[in-house]
Design a protein around this ligand. Structure first.
Ligand code: ADP
Length: 638
């Protein structure tokens, strides 16, 4: 088959451009990426052979090889792993499947300066393409284990690549980089220098469990060539699984490099967690809390981060049975001693030991966050900013760990502009006679703070939690109370903050109720389609009216969320509360009592309702009609 030229997919081309123009300053890491891919390929082959003994593949000496050629200025990274078929090369190397990539590229274009761009790149493993940081041409020759023919892929990274079938390819993949001239000032080192290669492998890939071997070129060309003995390859890494080594022998840096390998991240993790269980079900776990959320954290098929090994043998990626969904951002390795190598995802989901392991890992992750919170506020703040929203899902789905999650959760509050609070701290600050923990949900802190529902709370100095995540309403409902204090939305149900000012003493209120009874009943009839009750409010001090929900009704935001998820929910009628001390409401009552013709008044009631809806961030039912009525009123004021 002749060589065929193909075009890179748009995203792939953009990513390549970034690599070629070397937006990332530390270029050494390209080798880490290639070795990491090679290691994965060896894992995959071993697993496939385990599952299918008939697979025609040689697994007797699985390893990674690095060859340098000073004269030709090439560096080759080889593995005798799973390899790729012709079609796979096109799919895997010519396109970028990751859905977050487009978004990533968009953000990258928007990043103005280099530092910003580098930070972004650091959040995103670019894998194979990173070879183009140091090479102006890359050749990949690969043969999938069990297949006869191989494939050669070549590209200069400039928009096209060629594919060609080859007959004599060895099993696995070899990637040859035609190196750019060394340019130490720009951190482009001489990657044909065996010392440099040794250093990089040791630094970034030491934990790789497969041997990484190099035949130093000087040895290979020493002597008189043909007749010389083949020089012995040296193994550059220690090939020991980090989680199997004694804890005090492993440095933080080594852990971090392992994290980058399995997490496809270029940034150090926030926290490393080690755990060991002995006894009937032995396992070792090495977990990492990343320093930033992945792009796909909230997409339906977002990846889980934990790999399962059985006695050092890689079994699967993204093992969802090991941690609950709300810890899906945790990366790491679990190595279990007593599982079958053939274990499937279905079996894992039902296994009692795995279930116990999941509980223990979950507890350990949460207690780590708790420690972090106690000892290192900054790191905790980063963690909560990146992952708090996901963790709160656990409050809804996992009652068993509710308390542990609440212990590490923090929320924005009216108590402090910038410092979030825990529920515990909130309770400690509660006023005498205050029985409930108050919160309000909304789009943003500002929107919530300006909500009419907040007025009475503000004027009485009662603290309110300001919750802005979609999940907040759901968990607050599900959790219901904390340390015996009810969690109450200030926009739901009757609020009785006690009679603190004279105007609204009980006697005064009874009198008001009598005065307003007629108006309230009449307005209720007028607004019957949307409003189930019109009543006097004790939560308003400035605004004339506001909309509230019954204690157990869904709020509009939740209704919308359920609808977005495709669930049928009836629109709940709301409650309209009027501020009896407001000039406008007083006037309304006067007009109601004094005038027979209530056409105008009906419009005013409608407008008042629309204003209350607007104030809570909603939309009047018929915006055009609302605007028309409002314009008419405004005209009359001129
Ligand atoms: P990532 O490793 O993040 O998936 P890469 O661009 O590095 O992204 O690689 C894309 C895919 O190409 C890999 O997921 C893998 O399927 C395949 N691949 C890369 N290198 C090798 C290799 N040495 N052997 C077999 N497959 C490989």
């Amino acid at each position: 088959m002749p060589a065929t030229t193909f075009e890179f997919q748009v995203e792939a081309r953009q990513l390549l451009q970034l690599m070629i123009h070397s937006i990332y300053s530390n270029k050494d890491v390209f080798l880490r990426e290639l070795v990491s891919n090679a290691s994965d390929a060896l894992d995959k082959l071993r697993l496939e052979k385990l599952r299918d003994d008939a697979l025609d593949a040689d697994v007797s000496d699985l390893h990674i090889g690095i060859d340098v050629d000073k004269e030709a200025r090439t560096l080759t990274v080889r593995d005798n792993g799973i390899g790729m078929s012709y079609d796979e090369v096109g799919q895997l190397i010519g396109t970028i499947a990751n859905s977050g990539t487009a978004q990533f590229l968009q953000e990258l274009r928007e990043a103005k300066d280099e530092a910003g761009a580098e930070g972004l790149i650091g959040r995103f493993g670019v894998g194979f393409y990173s070879g183009f940081m140091v090479a102006d041409e890359v050749t990949l020759v690969t043969r999938r284990a069990g297949e006869d023919r191989g494939t050669r892929w070549t590209s200069r990274g400039e928009g096209t690549y060629t594919l060609e079938a080859v007959d004599d390819a060895p099993q696995g993949t070899s990637i040859t980089l035609h190196l750019k001239p060394a340019d130490p000032e720009n951190q482009l080192h001489d990657y044909t220098d065996p010392w440099k290669i040794r250093e990089i492998v040791k630094r970034y890939s030491d934990f790789i469990t497969w041997p990484v071997r190099m035949v130093p070129e000087s040895a290979a060309t020493d002597g008189d060539g043909d007749g010389g003995e083949a020089p012995a390859p040296e193994t550059l890494n220690s090939t020991k699984a980090l989680w199997a080594r004694p804890r005090d022998e492993v440095s933080d840096d080594e852990y971090h490099e392992l994290y980058k390998h399995i997490g496809h991240d270029w940034q150090d993790p926030l926290e490393t967690i080690r755990l060991q269980a002995e006894g009937t079900f032995e396992y070792q776990a090495l977990l990492f809390l990343p320093a930033h959320a992945p792009h796909d954290l909230f997409t339906r098929d977002s990846k889980r981060g934990v790999q399962l090994y059985v006695k050092r043998v890689f079994i699967m990626d993204d093992c969802e049975a090991l941690l609950p969904p709300y810890l899906r951002f945790v990366k790491g390795v679990v190595d279990a001693a007593d599982l079958s190598l053939n274990v499937s995802r279905e079996i894992l989901q039902q296994d009692r030991h795995i279930e116990m392991m999941r509980r223990r890992l979950t507890k350990k992750v949460l207690s780590t966050v708790k420690d972090m919170k106690a000892k290192d506020q900054d790191r905790y703040a980063t963690f909560w900013r990146e992952f708090g929203t996901v963790l709160k899902e656990g409050l809804v789905t996992d009652p068993e760990t509710r308390d542990a999650i609440l212990a590490v959760a923090s929320f924005a509050s009216t108590h402090d502009e910038t410092e979030p609070t825990t529920l515990k701290q909130y309770v400690e600050r509660m006023k005498d006679g205050q029985d409930d923990i108050y919160y309000l949900t909304g789009e943003s802190r500002q929107a919530i703070e300006n909500s009419p529902h907040m007025e009475a709370f503000r004027s009485r100095g009662i603290e309110v939690l300001l919750l802005t995540d979609a999940v907040d309403e759901v968990w607050a409902d599900a959790v219901g109370e904390y340390e015996g204090k009810r969690l109450r939305s200030v926009a739901k149900g009757q609020i009785d903050l006690g009679a603190e000012d004279e105007d609204s003493s009980d006697g005064g209120r009874e009198q008001q109720a009598e005065e307003y009874a007629g108006l309230l009943g009449w307005m209720q009839e007028q607004l019957d389609e949307d409003i189930k009750e019109v009543r006097l409010s004790s939560r308003l001090t400035v605004s004339p009216a506001c909309i509230v929900s019954d204690a157990h009704d869904l709020t509009p935001a939740l209704e919308n969320m359920y609808r977005a998820m495709g669930q049928e929910v009836p629109r709940a009628k709301r409650i309209l509360e009027l501020n009896p001390d407001h000039h406008l409401v007083k006037g309304l009552n006067r007009t109601y009592r004094e005038r027979e013709d209530r056409t105008e008044l009906a419009e005013t009631a409608e407008l008042l309702h629309g204003l209350a809806v607007l104030a809570e961030g909603g939309q009047p039912k018929e915006p055009a009609r609302f605007v028309k009525l409002m314009t008419g009123r405004l005209e009359r004021t001129l």
